[in-house]
Design a protein around this ligand. Sequence first.
Ligand SMILES: *Cc1c(COP(=O)(O)O)cnc(C)c1O
Length: 496
Amino acid sequence: METLYKSTRGTESKITASKAIVQGLSSDGGLFVPERIPTFDKPLSEWMELDYRQLAYEVMKLFFTDFSEKELRQCIDRAYDDKFDEKEIVSIREADGAFYLELFHGATIAFKDMALSLLPHLMTVGAAKNGIKNRIIILAATSGDTGKAALAGFAEVEGTGIVVFYPKDGVSPVQELQMVTQKGANTHVAGILGNFDDAQAGVKQIFADKELADRLDQSGFQLSSANSINIGRLIPQICYYVYTYLKLQKEGIIRQGEEINVVVPTGNFGNILAAYYAKQMGLPIARLICASNDNKVLYDFFETGCYDRNRDFILTNSPSMDILISSNLERLIYHICGEDAKQNAAFMESLRKNGKYEITSEMREHLADFTAGYATEKETMERIRTVYEKTGYVLDTHTAVASAVYEKYRASSGDERKTVIAATASPFKFGRSVMSAIDEGYKDLSDFELVDALADKAGIPVPAAVEELRSAPILHRNVCKKENMQEEILEFLRKL
Ligand SMILES: *Cc1c(COP(=O)(O)O)cnc(C)c1O
């Protein structure tokens, strides 16, 4: 059955998957969602023997129905190859009573690689399918990890260019180094004087600028998005939940059909939304546990039904979750308001104008599968230390937020179901914070001395993605004001 895509703000007609991917964001400002979430077309256990690529194909073919089998398999094979330092692409590690789903074995050692290794291929194949001749310029705002993963994915990909904005003082040293050393004549990186929400708001505004789109079109360019507002990022993330479930079943850890919990350290709400979609498809998930850091706007939303971004933005040790406007929540709001685009648009307008909205009690009833929690900085750091001392396993700061939230949930609920925690980054990406949690004595070490000390402690080798930063030249030194993002893009395009 064909799956078409519609906007959460609903003024456009339905379009194919490839069009939705190439376009990124709907021109009415809404996000593309599948007109219905497909269910699995086979009993799940028939897929137990498939490797990651084969399984990813079976899941994604239900969503990307206008790609031929050959096209989709080719995209998948190009994405999930030896860029990953794990043969199975993801791995599962049991520690202290939970199963950590390690999603950080790709080129930039964060889970964003899972989707961003694939997106450039979906986009170039999609553009060709739709007869698009313009060069596609990817525009991304990043809280640290999307930026590098998108740069790595799109660098030197023919027919594309990429511009990334990151908060100049809001990312970790390794994250910044990863971005500013990016090679490729089609790449551009700029730090903005502002936070992630500023960067994201600026990017959204540029996408909504029709006049600019016309001007770019005349010069042979069109903009698209690599942020998780692109449906081409969301769908690939469903696959690892299905894969993990089958893997646990295959290893006899769970019985066929046994329900598991999933805990996701959440920022823009993309990763956990993918788990929600997996559940809608028929994957036996009991609780979807949404974990926040001190920027607990989502926790408050699930507790009260009121989404309110009017609060201080807190810089934490889990910067990829320092977000007050979780873009993908819009998709969930749309689904739980009965796919009423008008009502959803009104909520989003209220968010834009007043910084908040409140959902109805009827809508809240549809959130029953979710549990929300948050962990303070102190709880997060303590959790890193505890897990390390008990098991020798080193969590990154984001994963530790999820782990701390899970511990609190488990203690208060008594829920002993098997639980998968999304491990979204390698500890090496946030070495300073991680080491300070484990051992105060490392304060005076340089960033790279810390990396070596961490490798020693964790008993694992330094990932290639970090190793190569030691000698990589800095190629991007641009800093811009948040008002000047458009100028920054145009200047880059003139040089392309
Ligand atoms: C992006 C990111 C998150 C948040 O994921 P969302 O899909 O935006 O909710 C969590 N942890 C890490 C390490 C990330 O890079």
